[in-house]
Design a protein around this ligand. Structure first.
Ligand code: LRH
Ligand code: MN
Length: 424
């Protein structure tokens, strides 16, 4: 499904005068905004292929309707998102949930929708039909070398698919760990995991990156073998220059200072990318910025400061990905809201008066530093983010247009109301 351009043009025409009034008001306060607009236009957030259907929990799954039945339909859904906000120009695949049976056809379809293939994700946290060895007690940490070899082989297969699709990074998240004291020898688990990751690392094409994703707990509830940023950094450092840490916002223990973690990983040159989402308790995978928008803003404040300190290109030098699961909302609406929250946090971080902030920090003027940050955080930058969409040929109000065109109803008519997407 494609949105005809005239629908977007009519929508923007109706909202133009109100939009310009709001943008002029903001531009008076934060001139020049030209540089910020270009950065917003260049910034693309990858959409997870496993979050285009309705997720569930162990207590139940309330299926949505018109869900994508194939990788082709998932690419169409991300294409629709990208038409609406022009900030979702990439899809991140999860193998084996999204094995591209006909690579040439899949690449052509993605190109037609203006989409790139971001990081490919391996899966050694579920047993597949016909699999020789179970991952019940882990994969790369496993005491049985045959299980570890099976996990390594799977990751090499994932790299193969990624190469064919034009991806240039592999994300490894391991559910490995233990749920009871005494169950695991932590040192041997680390050494087995490192040895296994080294075999995968050795198979990485030259320009590829490997993202080592950490998580505090779940599905194991006593120890996780890649359990926090320190452990992920240890692996990434021991593996080599192509290995980086991946920060999933929901993978921290309560009250962790994620913005400080981000600052230090950037300082070490070992921050690879993000899985954006939000949470109140655990790995809740909720809409980005829906619970802790100030934390998201503070994370982008450290990102802009740290990336500029290293002369990094904001759009290209880190992996920007969403990782969410939709139990209650229309997946496409949820993803539009997540992308909007990310663009707002980034735009606000770009408007911070860095010189004044540094001066306040140098003078230990705590109140002035707080006023500077909160002043920007309390600024409504939505007109700026909308202006970037307008200039990119997208919709001023994507969610509004998605609803006014009845796109979900159209998807249901095309696909039926009982379709179920592969993924979480
Ligand atoms: C683990 C995780 C990981 C994915 C999975 C879908 O919680 O964040 O990134 O592989 O979700
Ligand atoms: Mn994740």
């Amino acid at each position: 499904m494609r949105i005809e351009k005239h629908h977007i043009d009519e929508h923007n025409h109706q909202l133009l005068s109100q939009h310009q009034r709001r943008l002029n008001c903001l531009s008076q306060e934060y001139a020049p905004i030209k540089g910020v607009l270009q950065k917003l236009l260049d910034f693309q957030v990858a959409i997870p292929s496993w979050a285009l259907g309705t997720g569930g929990t162990r207590f139940g799954r309330f299926s949505g309707a018109g869900e994508p039945r194939s990788l082709e339909e998932k690419i169409e859904d991300v294409g629709l998102l990208h038409q609406l906000n022009r900030s979702s120009g990439a899809i991140s695949l999860h193998i084996p949930w999204d094995i591209p049976t006909n690579v040439a056809q899949i690449k052509a379809l993605a190109e037609e929708h203006g989409l790139m293939f971001d990081a490919v994700n391996s899966n050694t946290f579920q047993d597949q039909k016909g699999q020789s060895y179970s991952y019940k007690f882990g994969s790369m940490q496993h005491v049985d070398k045959r299980v570890r070899q099976q996990a390594v082989a799977h990751n090499l297969e994932v790299i193969h698919y990624g190469k064919e699709l034009g991806s240039d990074s592999l994300t490894v998240w391991l559910a490995d760990g233990s749920s009871f004291p005494g169950q695991l020898n932590f040192r041997k688990a680390f050494e087995n995991t490192l040895e296994s990751l080294q075999q995968v690392y050795a198979a990485l094409p030259d320009h590829w990156k490997m993202y080592v994703e950490y998580k505090a707990y779940e599905p194991n509830f006593y120890s996780t073998t890649i359990g926090d940023w320190g452990q992920s950094l240890l692996y990434a450092t021991k593996l080599g220059p192509k290995a980086y840490t991946l920060v999933d916002l929901g993978h921290h223990l309560p009250n962790a200072n994620i913005e400080q973690i981000v600052s230090l990983l950037l300082m070490e040159g070992k921050l690879g990318g993000f899985h954006f989402n939000d949470s109140k308790y655990g790995d809740d995978d909720l809409t980005t910025g829906s619970l802790k928008p100030y934390q998201l803003f503070l994370i982008f404040n450290e990102l802009v400061e740290g990336m500029d300190a290293r002369g990094m290109n904001h759009a290209r030098d880190l992996g920007w990905m969403i990782d969410a699961s939709h139990n209650l909302k229309d997946p496409l609406e949820d993803l539009m809201q997540s992308v909007e929250a990310i663009m707002i946090a980034y735009a606000q971080a770009l408007l911070i008066d860095r010189k004044a902030l540094e001066e306040a920090q140098q003078n230990n003027d705590v109140a002035a530093a707080q006023e500077l940050l909160q002043g920007v955080f309390r600024t409504d930058v939505r007109p700026l983010v909308a202006e970037a969409r307008l200039r990119a040929g997208a919709a001023l109000q994507p969610l509004q247009l998605y609803r006014s065109l009845g796109l979900r109803q159209q998807l249901i008519r095309q696909r039926g109301s009982k379709t179920v997407a592969s993924g979480l």
